[in-house]
Design a protein around this ligand. Structure first.
Ligand code: NAD
Ligand code: ZN
Length: 274
């Protein structure tokens, strides 16, 4: 059984194996894990951050899975598949406009701001997000790949027309170029990711020393491969999530808690020691 270790005793029980640290024979407190995460960051040159819906939960934007998740209230087949859109474009647009409204009312939370601070601290940095809510950009991140698109982007279902719109529609919008229906420019289930995004994120994961994985259930592929790629090369994996996930099994350090509370603490310690 694990025992709770304090300060120096804990430090003696952490052994270094190459670049990874393995905790031997004890349960760490949350504060000790936060410190260990900060030390890993201080020993990192190339940092990848990988986020999911959980990072936006504290901004009032519902996650997909879990208690009060969007999938409890809406049927995935109707709202987030190309077939659902063909069947009922008005219902799909209504749902996306409701979510646009939430985003326009919501603000980034301290978790988003901590990730923006990490971008400023690392020259070699990339944020890969599964979120479509734009909040990372509002918080200040610029080196960002939006793997599943952006809720304010729209594209034509027939021609190559694309635009940015923050409008809340009462009717599905049409293409000003060819008249066909416009659709949200997000990646629906069963659709491939944009090859340019895949190339950028996957090649970065191939060389990242560390990946910080925040608020994702890590079950939507191919995005969920990113922590596996970093881990397979011997890189460190830091996880921040309310629950355990498949990433927990490969994490160098896995911290249970709200990203808006944990990430600012990690960044504060990291800045103090680096
Ligand atoms: P998910 O809903 O499957 O999982 C959310 C995860 O976040 C869970 O593991 C949960 O334990 C954790 N979590 C919840 N609140 C948290 C908090 N405050 N701090 C830390 N962790 C917290 O979300 P996912 O993994 O991103 O699922 C992928 C799909 O969901 C993607 O396709 C994405 O486009 C879509 N999605 C995006 C948004 C958004 O843009 N904000 C919202 C819902 C769903
Ligand atoms: Zn068109």
């Amino acid at each position: 059984m694990g025992v709770c270790l304090q300060g120096g005793e804990f430090a003696r029980k952490v052994k270094k194996f190459g670049k990874s640290e393995i905790v031997v024979g004890g349960m760490e407190t949350q504060d000790e894990k936060i410190l260990r995460a900060a030390r890993i960051l201080a020993d990192t040159q190339t940092l990848m951050v990988f986020t999911g819906a959980g990072v936006s939960a504290e901004s009032g934007f519902p996650t997909f899975r879990g208690k009060d998740g969007l999938w409890d209230q809406y049927e995935i087949q109707k709202m987030a598949t190309p077939e659902g859109f063909v069947q009922d474009p008005a219902a799909v647009w209504e749902w996306y406009c409701w979510r646009r409204g939430l985003v326009l009312e919501g603000k980034p939370n301290p978790g988003h701001y901590a990730i923006a601070e990490l971008e400023r601290s690392f020259e070699d940095f990339l944020l890969a997000t599964q979120n479509v809510d734009n909040l990372h950009r509002v918080a200040g991140n610029e080196k960002i790949v939006e793997l599943h698109g952006n809720i304010f982007a729209e594209k034509c279902t027939r021609c190559d027309f694309r635009r940015w719109s923050e409008e809340i529609y009462t009717e599905p919008p049409h293409c000003p170029k060819c008249g066909a229906l416009l659709r949200p420019d997000v990646v629906w289930f069963g659709e491939p990711l944009d090859p340019k995004d895949v190339e950028r994120a996957w090649s970065f994961a191939e060389r990242a020393d560390t990946i910080l994985v925040v608020g994702t259930s890590a079950v939507v592929y191919p995005a969920a491969q990113l922590p596996e790629i970093v881990h397979a090369r011997g890189g460190r994996v830091i996880e921040v999530n309310l629950d355990s996930t498949p990433v927990t099994l490969i994490a160098t350090v896995s911290i249970r808690g709200k990203s808006g509370e944990i990430l600012p603490k990690i960044v504060e310690h990291f800045k103090a020691i680096s």
